[in-house]
Design a protein around this ligand. Sequence first.
Ligand code: TRP
Length: 693
Amino acid sequence: MDIFPPSNTSTAFLILRGVVSGVTGCPIGTLDGLGETSPSLMQPSYIKDKYPSGKFSVKLGKKCGSACALTIPVDKLGREKLLDAIERAANRVIDANIPVQTFLFTKDELIDKYGHICFNQYELKDLKYSKKSLLISKGKKITVAYIKNTILAVSPVPVFASTGMIEKIVIEKRPDESLSKILSGKKARKCEIVIKFRVFDKLMNEDNVLKESVPEDNENAPDLSMLEPLLSKKVRMEKGTIFPMIIDDSKHYTDSVSTIIHHTSELTLDRKSGACTNDKTRITNNIDHVEEAIVNAFEVVGKVDYKNLVENFGSKLIDAELLSRFEALTVGRGTVPYLHRFLRRGLFFSHRDLHKICDCLELKKPLYLYTGRGPSSSAMHLGHLVPFLFTLWLQQALQCPVVIQMTDDEKFLFKGIYSDEKGDNLNNFAELTVENVRDIIACGFDPDKTFIFSDLNYVGTMYPNVVRIWKAVTAATVNNVFGFDGTSNIGKVAFPAIQAAPSFPSSFPTVLNADLTSNMACLIPCAIDQDPYFRITRDIAHKLTPKSHPLRGKPALIFSKFFPPLKGSDGKMSSSDETSAIFLTDTPEMIEQKIREHAFSGGKETSKLQRELGADLDVDVSFQWLRFFLEDDKELKCIENDYRTGTGFYWSTGSVKKKLINILVEFITEHKKRRENVTDDIIQKWMKERCLV
Ligand code: TRP
């Protein structure tokens, strides 16, 4: 153990302290510093480990009930969920890449300006007893760090210049020491939670590459009025709020619910009493509140209620009538044998203006498909493939051109890094584009009807339209929809225009032989989290298209649900957690092992119970994945019946997993074979601007 943590860990301490306060609704302090109301870091310690780690416990107020808005759960599951919520909120702060400002104050100056809110319990005690504190009594100036909307606190050691220099923070969910203390009867500690975390920074093992925050002029320090949210007893980081907008303007975020869903509306948080309680229901309710799902263009977490999502987003469900009309216009043409399983099973479930696309098809008006991918990892996983498999089917059904945008620019703006020594990693995203394009080509698109482009290369051709979109959309709109604010880099704010541009045929003068007079309709298959981009696009579409356009210039959309992550049916897969997904490069052995070990099971704990009660298919990942990948409806139905009731051949998790393994090994082996044939030359051909019509 060491008292002085490195900057990554001290930054993580700060973030976590702020986040604990935000997630539990415990103010960072009271002005008089009296009463233990701040989530005070008790004995923060730095653990020298393979990865920098730290540990601290937080006491959420003396009688705990008085301090925070949320009831702190005392059961194991509740604790885990709380830690999980804290971890995710911390990582949202990291993703938002907020600057960490530091200032130097003398003790008196500090108390004068902020009362005692910057100190944690440990430091307050030192102050109170005038102990020879590390921080305070050396007569030195005290470093205070400020992370907007999150925390203002004393930091005895250097911290990073911005939160985004941390790659991620991982909280150890078990063993929960605080819980064992509680269970062993130390009631007073109910309100204490122990947080043990590991921190990964962006460029590990390369000391001093990541910039530390340089103390600024004290004039730039936040005024007390700016800290108001941090001082209020209010959950600031519940799911369903988009981080950068949480504080400044609460009406903002209710307006922009477009990107927000609150699907647990029946659960109301009892913020008044907040007393620590054993009452099971209250605890569960509170935690469920923390568990609200958030869906925006950048993150999908929590259990998604699609009906609610559609209501909030304002798209429409695909009903039986529309589906049979669409079937007649696709299958009925004789180009595909039957409706894609994604449509048969409601996995592509929502749309905008799909009936108008049907009108176009009936009248034989021209149309093209547009989809895309942000290349963030070299290997794509199964979830990434879903929109492409569907787009492929649409291309076969409609025999129309497809344009595929690779947003290497987007990924750099959101995930890129810069270091003084190595420069930035923009090229890295350009390289990922090529690898991802290989996977996309391997899906089997028609080479004569498909154009795949990297924004970094092609944006010049779209530029006139990008400029038109910039002119038509205000920063306020983009900020509202995506949750940006003044601290976001300007590329992020500008980017939505780049994703919007391919929705207009005139962005493809050569490829679609189109100009501003083109009446070509555009249909975009994508996952529903992309909707915010296209809502903006549709609003201004009339400015880039002729009056005679059949959809008034608006792109039509068809949306999929998320492909659930291996470890649990909620949310979507992430390529950063290796075991949360199956990659197109995985070997049959890896596929088998991952599914056997990690696929979340809805089966019962014992064979006996499984035979009696059957499995919960809604949460069973193997079954959910079979819905995406098993073509045969009859077989799927049979598996569903057996597994749900714990009878027949597919009565158990093991048998269902085995089926899934077989299907996926076959699917991925085939995909790999096709992928191997995609040479760099071939990639160049597909990415060359050429006429497809
Ligand atoms: N933003 C998408 C992503 O991060 C990539 C994308 C660009 C896209 N254009 C699109 C996705 C059109 C669907 C449709 O993956």
